[in-house]
Design a protein around this ligand. Structure first.
Ligand code: ADP
Ligand code: MG
Length: 583
């Protein structure tokens, strides 16, 4: 249960336990106060007391109060602060863990679910370790010691009768707490549905508007929102009944105490001072007894949350990383008979792929949608485990390198280019903590997007995304390309990343790659023959297999599928060139 938290516990357990010790100290002092009161009352009744002594007693009570205040402050810092630190620490750990998880994991969970782990569950754990444990320790210690002190210093029989109703409090709180818990869980679930709904609606806001679905979407939202209201109301109603009931049981203890105690005083079994102290103790007792019930629930809830978070932390990033990684000797990329199926899928996404990409060389990949082009790229980037002996970098099996080093060797422009909601400059310099402005501008120039960026009033400081400017598809793509160029890795990969730029711009980008970045190797996936024709080798993928391969000329000479695509695109270009496109 606690294995994920070892590092934290090692460092902080001492302080936490110290806090608990101080808490118990305060409790003990608190128990002492009625004793002072008792002595004082007895003396007062017997008129054995002079005013000077009253001052003394007042001073003692005052001193105890100050001591308790200081100790309370200290234990709060020690326990509550530790719990807060624990919350932050765990959230960080969870976040870090998530970023290390393979992509498939995120296909299987909803954003709302992740949010609820990171907020609700971790918050519940924190409350368990601060409020929960404090209450628990406090409650058990106070209940036992109060009863013992009452019995020994006053009267056991009286104590027994007065605390008879107390177990009902524990039972009541426990039992009803379970109901509260179930209701609470419903509330949490609905809440996570609600945040999912909001998130999805606003991500897809343009689709909703374009299809005039605002009304329906609003209906959907209201339904969930109302459900959320109902569940919360149901919880609140139940709690509204629970607490007064429990308090009432507590009062009945007091009633028994008042009656039986008074009789005992009249019978002279106990002194008036005993009586005052006794009532005071009963008052002290109601809260810890209630707390025992509440704490049991809270701790159950905390353990459930911890279980959920642990389940996430237990998910292994099943990505194998080399234990003592070697360094790449050169960047010759060799793929030998690589076959791959996605986890849990029988069909092969790639079958017997082989090619050799020399340092500084270029490889083109062509093939219909779903033929495995992006899969091949994600394997090179080690988003999935790669079979041993199928991919070599600089003569070394890629599995011998660390995952991080491997990813540093490649710079990819992904098919679905994603820009973060931050300034353009930070989007381009993503691979660097501190952006190097000159290199950002150079990369943007090479990617043919510099002029357009400069057209924005704020240039490279233009904020993108939800709170800022939306770039066009082509601008996004070229900004993504600039990001990859900025990274300046030995091997560049373009996954269909030139589709949204016009042929002229594309040529300009490719020329840059060929001439100025010729020391880099490149893998270019494209549907356009014009993009691929100058590359060293082109492979044609279909259903995960290489069906044709060679240089542009060789492929044309082959007269196969590459050739027919070439003819088709040539015809399209002619039509365009003849000016028909403006029709
Ligand atoms: P391409 O990039 O050539 O269009 P992909 O490499 O994206 O093709 O997909 C190749 C095949 O693998 C397709 O049949 C696709 O459905 C499948 N595939 C892609 N991604 C996944 C995934 N994460 N899990 C399972 N199957 C996948
Ligand atoms: Mg693809």
């Amino acid at each position: 249960m606690l294995k994920h938290y070892k590092d934290f516990l090692r460092e902080k357990t001492g302080r936490y336990l110290m806090g608990i010790f101080l808490l118990l100290l305060v409790d003990s002092i608190q128990l002492f106060v009625p004793q002072v009161l008792k002595t004082y009352t007895d003396k007062l009744e017997a008129s054995q007391i002079v005013m000077g002594e009253i001052w003394k007693i007042a001073a003692v009570i005052g001193a105890l109060a100050i001591l308790m205040a200081i100790l309370r402050y200290l234990w709060r810092i020690m326990i509550v602060f530790t719990a807060l630190e624990f919350e932050i620490w765990t959230r960080k750990k969870l976040y870090k863990h998530w970023t290390a998880l393979p992509r498939e994991y995120f296909n299987g969970v909803k954003t709302g679910e992740l949010m609820s782990y990171a907020t609700n569950d971790i918050g519940t754990i924190r409350r368990t370790f601060s409020g929960g444990v404090i209450m628990g320790v406090d409650a058990i210690f106070m209940t036992i010691t109060t009863v013992v002190v009452m019995g020994t210093t006053i009267d056991w029989k009286l104590t027994f009768f007065a605390i008879l109703p107390m177990p009902f409090i524990v039972y009541g709180v426990l039992h009803m707490g379970k109901i509260v818990h179930d209701k609470f869980r419903r509330v949490q679930e609905i809440f996570s549905q609600l945040s999912d709904k909001v998130q999805e609606s606003f991500s897809g806001i343009s689709v909703i508007k374009a299809f005039s679905q605002e009304e329906l979407d609003l209906d959907d939202f209201e339904q969930i929102n109302e459900l959320n209201f109902n569940e919360n109301m149901s919880l609140a109603k139940f709690q509204a009944k629970l607490y007064p009931t429990v308090r009432f049981i507590g009062r009945s203890s007091m009633i028994i105490g008042v009656i039986l105690g008074a009789r005992a005083v009249l019978n002279s079994t106990i002194s008036l001072g005993d009586y005052v102290a006794f009532i005071k103790y009963l008052e002290i007792l109601v809260w810890p007894v209630m707390a025992i019930g509440m704490v049991t629930n809270l701790i159950q809830r905390g353990l459930a949350s911890m279980g959920r978070v642990n389940d996430v932390l237990d998910v292994n990033s099943n990505l194998k990383d080399s234990d003592n990684p070697k360094e790449a000797q050169g960047y010759n990329l060799e793929v030998k008979g690589l076959s791959f199926s996605y986890p849990g899928v029988n069909e092969r996404a790639l079958e017997d792929i082989s090619f050799n990409l020399k340092e500084g060389g270029s490889l083109g990949i062509l093939g219909p949608t779903g033929s495995g082009k992006s899969t091949l790229v994600s394997l090179l980037l080690r988003l999935y485990n790669i079979p041993q002996g199928s991919v070599y970098l600089g003569g070394q099996d890629i599995n011998e390198l660390s995952v991080k080093d491997t990813r540093d060797i490649f710079a990819m422009v992904p098919q679905d280019n994603f820009l973060f909601s931050t300034e353009i400059i930070n989007n381009i310099s993503l691979s660097d903590k501190e952006p190097n402005e000159d290199r950002v501008i150079q990369a943007a120039k090479d990617a043919q997007v510099h002029d357009e960026i400069m057209d924005f009033p704020q240039g490279y400081e233009t904020f993108l995304g939800e709170k800022g400017v939306n770039l066009s598809g082509g601008q996004k793509q070229r900004t993504s390309i600039a990001r990859a160029l900025y990274k300046d890795s030995p091997i560049l990969i373009f996954d269909d990343s030139l589709s949204a730029v016009d042929t002229k711009t594309e040529e300009a980008i490719l020329r840059k790659l060929r001439v100025e970045l010729s020391k880099h190797s490149s893998i270019i996936i494209s549907h356009r023959i014009s993009t691929l024709q100058n590359l060293d080798e082109i492979i044609f993928l279909d259903q995960g297999r290489i069906v044709e391969r060679g240089s542009h000329e060789e492929l044309l000479a082959l007269g196969g599928r590459y050739y027919s695509i070439y003819e088709k695109q040539l015809l399209e270009d002619k039509i365009r060139g003849a000016g028909y496109e403006s029709i």
